[in-house]
Design a protein around this ligand. Structure first.
Ligand code: ATP
Length: 482
């Protein structure tokens, strides 16, 4: 978790703005350093060395160490500069430094520098006024830092609350408890109001369409259409007319009065281009044009129509790699990837599994009008440990299956779909019988003996599996489960 202690480097863009403002007002060049003596902001000759340490022995290091403002009227003759690494080649004629403090501690320095005689004289004439001005600028930077601390503290508190109460966050119908997923949902909520194109990436079944729908519902377009285009499900030769429509008589067999494409149907709303990685290369320039020009042209049409559509694309393929391999146009990729959102797979967010189990149990007991069900401990553990290659969709289907076939009000491992118990994802049919059996045994043991199981737990498991405790230990060792 981020510590609620900010430093000047955290507000670098503001620091640079302040540096430029000071230069505009005082007509002197500026350097702003942080507590590590790194130049965070600068104008004139100092603008090029932002991010680098200031010279050893320099006057601003002394201001930082003492926390007191200072003014060198005549750099050439002043002893304050004698230890500075750049004293021999220094072009500066006079300089003034003012500390930046935060709650009593010096955390940086604002320096103004005269390079010409005119600047030097002005600095001398206005010494008191300029010091007052720098003290105001320094106070403004301090307030900015304190505000940032408060903001972080608040964020941390929200995060802590979420963690301690195991709180569920929902964006539309998309639920999550996992920190990374919640952060993603918060980001999605934040960008929902804009019209920028979004690219959602994630494995199959992670909820990409659900997220796109949730973003649409959160946006100002929520009362307008949400049109889904599943790119691979449309034959390649029909995809263009599906997306962009056609004019009357465009081709034989075409509708006599022409047909609107999905983009036109989505006008004023959102178009969701699912599995965009499957969009044929030949059609990609046309989509690119539609995105760039925000207008489309029907097949056999002779004019372009403006469209007002928010585009959300999704894919479970590695588009970046496809671009490198020449299977996807780079320019289209960048046009789509304006706001990237990547949904983590279910196997890396196990805190979400019990949430979804309960959510889908509730959903299917209601729709199937069955009574309430409990899931016994071994089954719950199995569900928690499984690697869910089909992600949330697969978990949803498993719970639907369990509720359908349940006869008792307690669901057990025995009710799991048989193909899952052999865990196709892990046990390949290519394996020989012995290896398949061994994998199956390992899975069962992993389910029955969770990490941290006590001796008493193991005795119980051994009894239940009708093996001796020694055999149980031997097998746990064999599969490195302890
Ligand atoms: N976070 C979630 N909360 C509740 N339900 C979810 C969540 N994520 C996914 N689901 C459910 O899982 C199923 C699959 O979701 P969805 O179709 O959006 O996934 P997808 O990533 O678009 O899949 P594909 O890549 O195969 O098209 C849906 O029934 C959806 O409601």
């Amino acid at each position: 978790m981020k510590k609620a202690i900010s430093n000047i480097a955290h507000i670098q863009p503001f620091v640079q703005e302040y540096a430029e403002t000071i230069t505009d007002v005082l007509e002197l060049y500026v350097t702003i350093i942080d507590e590590e003596c790194i130049r965070i902001g600068g104008t004139g000759p100092h603008a090029d060395s932002i991010g680098r340490p200031i010279p050893c022995g320099s006057f601003f290091r002394q201001v930082l160490a003492t926390g007191k403002p200072g003014f060198i009227h005549d750099i050439v003759s002043k002893s304050a500069c004698q230890n500075c690494d750049t004293s021999v080649c220094c072009q500066e004629l006079a300089t003034m430094g003012f500390p930046i403090s935060k709650q009593g501690q010096t955390v940086g320095v604002i320096g103004v520098i005269a390079f010409t005689v005119e600047q030097k004289e002005r600095l001398e004439r206005n010494e008191a006024k300029f010091l007052t001005f720098l003290s105001h600028m320094s106070s403004l930077l301090e307030s900015k830092l304190i505000m940032l601390d408060d903001q972080w503290r608040l964020q941390n508190q929200v995060q802590e609350v979420l963690e301690t109460v195991n709180q569920t966050f929902a964006l539309g119908n998309m639920l999550g408890r996992d920190k990374k997923l919640i952060q993603l949902l918060l980001k999605a909520q934040q960008v929902a109001i804009s019209n920028s194109t979004i690219l959602i990436q994630g494995e199959s079944g992670t909820g990409k369409e659900l997220l796109a729908k949730a973003i649409h519902e959160e946006s100002g377009r929520k009362n307008q259409p949400f049109v889904v285009v599943n790119c691979p499900s449309i034959p390649e030769n029909l995809l263009e007319s599906e997306l962009f429509g056609y004019e009357a008589g465009a081709f034989t067999g075409a509708n006599k009065s022409g047909k609107k494409g999905k983009f036109e149907l989505a006008n004023k709303g959102t178009i969701f281009l699912d599995e965009i990685g499957d969009l044929p290369l030949a059609l990609q320039p046309k989509l690119l044009r539609a995105i760039q020009e925000r207008s489309i042209e029907r097949i056999a049409g002779n004019h372009s129509m403006p469209i007002d559509v928010r585009i959300i694309a999704a894919t479970n393929r590695d588009l970046d790699k496809m671009v490198r391999e020449g299977q996807f146009r780079e320019d289209l990729y960048y046009r789509l990837n304006v706001i990237p959102l990547t949904i983590p797979p279910l196997r890396v967010r196990s805190v979400d599994i019990p949430l979804y189990i309960d959510y889908f149990l509730d959903k299917f007991t209601k729709t199937l009008q069955k009574g309430t069900f409990k899931i016994d401990e071994p089954l719950r553990r199995w569900l928690m440990n499984y690697h869910w290659p089909g992600n949330v969709r697969q978990l949803e289907h498993v719970i639907e299956y369990l509720v359908n076939i349940a006869k008792e009000d307690v669901l057990t491992l025995q009710e799991l779909p048989p193909n899952l118990m052999t865990d196709e994802g892990q046990i390949s049919v290519e394996f020989g019988l012995e290896q398949q059996l061994a994998e199956y045994e390992k899975q069962l043991l992993r389910t029955y003996v969770p990490p941290g199981a006590t001796l008493a737990d193991k005795k119980q498991v051994a009894q239940r599996l009708k093996i001796s405790l020694a055999t149980l230990y031997r097998k746990l060792e064999k599969y490195q489960l302890q």
